[in-house]
Write a protein that binds this ligand. Structure first.
Ligand code: WT7
Length: 621
């Protein structure tokens, strides 16, 4: 007998009525099938559609001249760009025609390794228009990381920029692509969008400039009908073990969930201007910068740069300039901007703001209060939205202006979402006031369906810890009013500035260096980043200074993963605490870096208890 819970009649009716608001080429025969026991969830089986018809074409009648996209460049003296729904539709069609000319067909994987310019958004929508699968790799990942993703995803074409502007830096993306694909013969085409005009090398017959090719592309491209469960995109994310996982999101379920959660949570009105500050290289940029707003016919803002460029007033300046009504950003950005002083936002008119959003990591009370007081002027509700790359869209969040908010509480599940807390033995906590590992009991449409090319790993990672439940990897508390407070990851994943980094991946990158015998990586509380990366390392010999070792390790991690995974603190140790079977006890190291020495627990059963004291004595914080 199946232990999985079926969709309730109420939820079945709810999702049916939500789904009925979209344009379908053919309606579904089964709303939802499969379960968390067999791990074969499907939604809207039998339906045919195209998501770009829902993002663009269906708005043309009423919103052809309404702004769909506002692009704010890195350099504030460069003019902003505006795309109406009519213009965005044409741009997507032309890009789609270009992809077709380059041989891209339905089901092919197209990789994007770009800075944040409109061509990135247009490009992924162009893929969706012709049924191709996009996979965006964040520009902060190294060529080696990009290579791994290109190999795993089987992409034959990659789209990049000559370079990307971020603050006062230029990232030479094209040459990084060259490095990634030197011995990857299967990459047939590299399309280069010009942005920074830095010098690039172009390989004859493989590399093409986008601006040259796009000139000859027709203004209209018919949609390709896809099946509800055809993949829309692959997005890589880190876990507690192994290489990054390519999560596969399928078309109809993702569309329905993302559009509906955007509408519910943010409560945008027709004239509102929505700004999600995430990069499209992350799920937030897919769901709430691109698909969510466009599916709702909203105006979305895309910003190329970083919050502190050219000054820490940039966010507030941009809100005033574009009369932004909704700001959706990460606690790390809030804390960083707060550190420059509370008077800065006060110098700008933020009166257009109506709703503030938070995403990516738990928001601490202080940051919440600052956001509330100095940005929202105590009149804008804050929606603390909890979700994950795997969930596609928001699952737990206040509804703006409706749910009573409490700092650091993501509050209540959205309609149709059924969270549960389980204890360590996997027993569901039925008392309202409880604490445990956060799981989801029944399918929701936005759930990633598999890990690209490895369904076994998908089952293992999310559905094997607690039978019949989707396990999120997060811990949570539930209060008497049903409010959830997310306490953070309970696995070996670190959340650095809202970015997920697997400790195993960082350890592998450190261990790859000749200087290192072994390492252990844990997260520690960081005032701006939320968590910082703390690496304990055992070196081959003692002939190097601390400074040299730090540089070597940081370089190695930067090369293998990218700058975002560089350890903040590195401690050279003689030994790491291990169990008798040789497993590193990261739990002990975590307690040490959290300065929670009193709760380290019994170390006497360790293989090498003596090393603990020494580690505590030499610790860096
Ligand atoms: C992990 C997912 C959600 C899109 C961006 C990150 C943490 C996310 C919250 C929140 C507390 C949060 C969780 C989650 N997280 N939002 N509002 N409160 N924690 O997506 O990279 O897949 O990371 O981010 O730990 O598991 P992601």
């Amino acid at each position: 007998m199946s232990t999985s819970t079926m969709l309730s009649v109420e939820n079945h009716d709810y999702w049916t009525s939500v789904a009925n608001t979209f344009v379908w080429k053919k309606k579904w025969t089964t709303l939802q099938s499969g379960n968390f026991d067999e791990v074969n969830v499907e939604w809207f089986k039998g339906a045919k559609l195209n998501i770009t018809e829902n993002c663009l074409d269906r708005h043309l009648e009423k919103r052809r001249h309404k702004k769909a996209l506002i692009f704010e460049p890195n350099n504030p003296s460069e003019a902003a760009q505006f795309f109406t729904y009519g213009e965005l539709h044409i741009s997507v069609c032309r890009f789609a025609n270009l992809l077709k000319k380059k041989g891209v067909q339905k089901g092919d994987v197209v990789c994007f390794y770009m800075g944040m310019t409109p061509e990135l958004m247009i490009g992924i929508l162009a893929c969706a228009r012709i049924g191709a699968i996009h996979t965006v790799v964040f520009g902060g990942f190294s060529p080696q990381s990009l290579k791994g993703r290109l190999i795993d995803s089987n992409a034959k074409i990659i789209i990049t920029h000559d370079g990307a502007f971020r603050g006062d830096k230029v990232t030479p993306l094209k040459s990084m692509v060259d490095e990634a694909i030197t011995d990857l013969a299967k990459i047939e085409t590299v399309l280069v969008v010009k942005r920074t005009l830095n010098e690039v090398t172009m390989k004859e017959g493989r590399d093409y400039f986008y601006d040259v090719l796009i000139k000859d592309c027709e203004l209209y491209c018919p949609i390709v009908e896809v099946d509800a469960e055809d993949p829309l995109f692959i997005l890589y994310t880190s876990g507690s073990t192994g290489n990054p996982k390519g999560l596969v999101h399928t078309t109809a379920g993702y569309m329905v969930h993302v559009a509906n959660s955007f509408k519910d949570v943010f409560q945008t009105k027709e004239t509102d201007i929505f700004w999600c500050t995430a990069d499209i290289g992350w799920i937030t940029g897919h769901s709430y910068l691109t698909y969510g707003p466009l599916l709702n016919g909203a105006t979305t803002v895309m910003y190329e740069g970083i919050p502190t460029h050219p000054t820490p007033a940039r966010f507030w300046e941009t809100i005033e300039k574009h009369k932004i009504s909704h700001l959706y950003t990460a606690p790390t950005a809030i804390r960083a901007l707060e550190s420059y002083g509370s008077d800065i936002p006060g110098r700008f008119s933020l009166k257009s703001l109506k709703v503030l959003g938070s995403v990516g990591e738990p928001i601490n009370e202080e940051a919440w209060q600052w956001y509330h007081k100095y940005v929202g002027k105590e009149r804008c509700p804050i929606v603390d939205t909890w979700w994950q790359t795997e969930t596609g869209g928001i699952l737990i969040s206040p509804i703006a202006g409706i749910t009573k908010t409490i700092p650091s509480y993501a509050t209540l599940p959205l309609k149709g979402v059924e969270p549960v807390l389980v204890n360590e033995k996997g027993i569901e906590q039925t008392e309202m006031v409880s604490e445990g590992h956060l799981c989801i009991k029944t399918p929701w449409p936005g759930l990633a369906r598999t890990i690209y090319g490895d369904h076994e790993r998908y089952k293992q990672t999310y559905f094997s810890t607690y039978k019949g439940l989707y396990f999120t990897g997060d811990g949570a508390k539930r209060e008497s009013n049903g409010y959830y407070r997310i306490t953070g990851r309970v696995d070996d994943v670190i959340n650095v500035s809202g970015h997920r980094i697997g400790t195993a991946e960082v350890e592998d990158a450190i261990n790859a260096h000749d200087l290192i015998i072994e390492s252990a990586v844990v997260g520690y509380p960081h005032p701006i980043k939320g968590q910082g990366i703390y690496a304990f390392v055992i070196c081959m010999d003692h002939s190097h200074t601390q400074e040299e070792i730090e540089k070597q390790i940081k370089d190695s991690v930067q090369k293998i993963i990218g700058p975002i995974a560089k350890p903040d603190l590195i401690q050279v140790v003689a030994g790491l605490p291990k169990t008798r079977s040789g497993k590193i006890m990261r739990r002990i190291l975590r307690k040490i870096v959290e300065n929670d020495i009193a709760n380290i627990g019994d170390t006497s059963t360790l293989l090498n208890p003596e090393c603990v004291e020494k580690i505590i004595k030499d610790k860096k914080i």
